[in-house]
Structure formats: C-alpha cells, structure tokens
Design a protein around this ligand. Structure first.
Ligand SMILES: [Fe+2]
Ligand SMILES: [Fe+2]
Length: 333
C-alpha cells in the first residue's frame, strides 16, 4: 500500500478552488496530493480513500460495509461502467472504443463473474444507429449474467430516447425505467435525461412508478438506484443535479440502506445524506473538470500517458444482512 488518506472534513470548500500548477503534476497514482485531499474531503468522514498498488480504490468505511469474501457464493456482485461516449472524437480521448474495450476486458478478468453489469448512460456520444450497434455489440462480450443500462443525455440527443429504447429498452416501462430484485436487494433504474429541455428531471409518472414500486417492500430491504445524472445537487449550474429528486428520495426515507449510483460527471464523488449514499462513477472515455472549475464541463485533455488514471470501473458487492453495499472503484488497468 503506497498511501492511505483519511479526512474528516465534510465541506465542499475545496471544490471551487482555482486550478494551479500542481494540479497538472499528476503523481504515480494519477491524482495530485491536493486532488487526493479534495477527493477525501468531498467523500466526508464516513469514507476512506485508499491508493493500493497504483489503483484508486474508494469504499464506504463503515463496519457494516464489508467487502464480500471471494468464496461467498451467495453474495451479490455487480460491476458499473459509465459514460463510454462511443463516437466521441477529440483530443481528450482519441480512441474511446479502445478504452471501453479495456474496461470490458477488466470486468471479464474479475475473479468472480458479476451477476450483472450496469452501464449508467452516455453509452454513445451522438445517438447514431451505428454508435448504438457498436456499444451493444461490445457489451455483448461482457462475461456476466445480464447487461443493464440507463440512458444518458447523449443517448437521446435527437429523438427523446427512441433509438436508445429500441436497442436497450426491452422490459422497461414508461420512458425506459424499470426495477427488479436480486439476492435480497431491490434495484430501481431511473431516467432523468430524456431531452435536453428535461435534463435532470424525473417527472410525475416516474415518481409515481417509484411510489407503487416500493410500497410493498419491507423497510430493511436494501435499495439501489441507478440514474445517469446525480440524484443529489453535485453542481446544478452545470446540469449535475435532478430538480425533482427529493420526491423520490422522500419515498426511500424509510429504508435502512439506499445506495444511488450515477454517471454523467465523469469523476468519482461520494456523499452520504441520512440513509442515502450517493456514488458518482468515473468514465471509460474522458475526464470532466471538478465542479465549478472552469467555465463549463468540457472534456479535459490530460498530459500524455495520464488518461487511464482518470478512467475506471466500479465493483459492488453485498452480503445479505450486512447493511451497506461495498463499493470499490478501480482505475483502468
Ligand atoms: Fe457523459
Ligand atoms: Fe451525461
């Protein structure tokens, strides 16, 4: 282990700091010390960020959130990937399909096959039929029981998600939302990206869906929610929030453990509010700036050789009765 950082700060005070030269001087772990400290500050007191053997690993450091031993056959295991942006052309990543393929290989190399893999949106960059075909074909190579998705705003740029639903909407309801149960956990997949006019919005129909969906569940059922845009106000000025998320979160208040996993922001970020823990995932394509750093969330071109440090996959495990899920973020190998 090369470094362990803990920080009890809970303020987002450093989130809007100006960039400086040391921000560009990435260390062997791909993050400057300041970034590490900022990362842990954002994560708050309940979370430890650990850098192990060059991999960035974060996990919720509560006694309940125990990583499941590899030999446990009853554990829930799934992987999250996000924001592959197939079709993106730019200096920030000149071969997004190669880094997405690397993420798929990394999941396929996990010691235990995940029950499913979820892609939390921006599968494509411009919603073209060719991009949907390519992402579907590539995800068909995942060694897993099931591939799940939620749409990002890049997957519905011109048709409010019709091509997305043709490719990935089987079994979903409404505009593409759905729920299911697996190994004692209840999963809800939400759509908050439907059109550029409704970015970061769930709508009354979807909120009603959640209301009836959870009505019969006992309060000790762990809940996991997938969405593309965060359900917490990460940085609303950049569209990094969901304006009516509180209506859904209120319906989930009575549950002991609620875990919300999102993409869209292209960087790790975790926060806990009461019974709910939010985990923003990183991307397989290109980084975006920290919230408020710069004038817009435009792709960041890293120094040569540093891109993979900002990309990654997420492994999630859960053992029945253990309370919280264990979330582990691993950078792209
Ligand atoms: Fe994205
Ligand atoms: Fe997005």
């Amino acid at each position: 282990m090369s470094a362990t950082e803990e920080n009890s700060a809970t303020e987002k005070d450093s989130a809007t700091e100006n960039s400086s030269a040391d921000e560009q001087d990435l260390g062997p772990e791909g993050m400057t010390r300041r970034q590490l400290l900022r990362h842990t500050a954002w994560f708050g007191s309940a979370v430890v960020l650990t850098v192990v053997g060059g991999e960035v690993i974060s996990h919720v450091a509560t006694p309940d959130a125990v990583a499941v031993p590899p030999e446990d056959p009853n554990a829930l295991r799934f992987a999250q990937i996000s924001d592959s942006h197939l079709g993106f052309k730019g200096a920030a990543n000149t071969a997004v399909e190669d880094s997405f393929a690397a993420a798929i290989r990394q999941i396929n190399a996990l010691p235990q096959r995940p029950d499913f893999v979820v892609h939390t949106g921006d599968l494509t960059h411009l919603s073209t039929p060719a991009q949907f075909d390519q992402v579907k074909q590539m995800m068909g190579e995942l060694r897993t029981g099931k591939v799940l998705t939620v749409p990002g705003e890049h997957d519905s740029v011109d048709d409010t998600g019709q091509k997305y639903r043709q490719a990935f909407g089987a079994g979903s309801r409404g505009d593409g939302w759905y729920s299911f149960d697996l190994r004692g956990v209840h999963f809800i997949a939400l759509v908050n990206t439907l059109s550029l006019e409704k970015l970061g919005h769930l709508g009354a129909d979807q909120i009603e869906f959640v209301r009836t969906d959870v009505a019969g569940l006992s309060s000790d059922t762990p809940i996991v929610v997938f969405s593309h845009i965060p359900l917490f106000a990460m940085y609303p000025a950049w569209g990094w929030g969901t304006d009516d998320a509180a209506a859904v979160l209120n319906l989930l208040r009575r549950f002991a453990s609620v875990t919300c996993l999102n993409g869209h922001v292209h960087q790790l970020f975790t926060k806990t509010e009461g019974n709910v823990t939010f985990h923003s995932a990183t991307t397989t394509a290109y980084p975006l700036p920290p919230p408020g750093q710069g004038t817009a969330p435009a792709p960041v071109t890293l120094p040569a050789g540093k891109l993979k440090d900002a990309l990654g996959i997420r492994e999630v495990t859960y053992r029945k009765g253990s309370g919280l899920l264990a979330v582990k973020d691993v950078r792209l190998a």
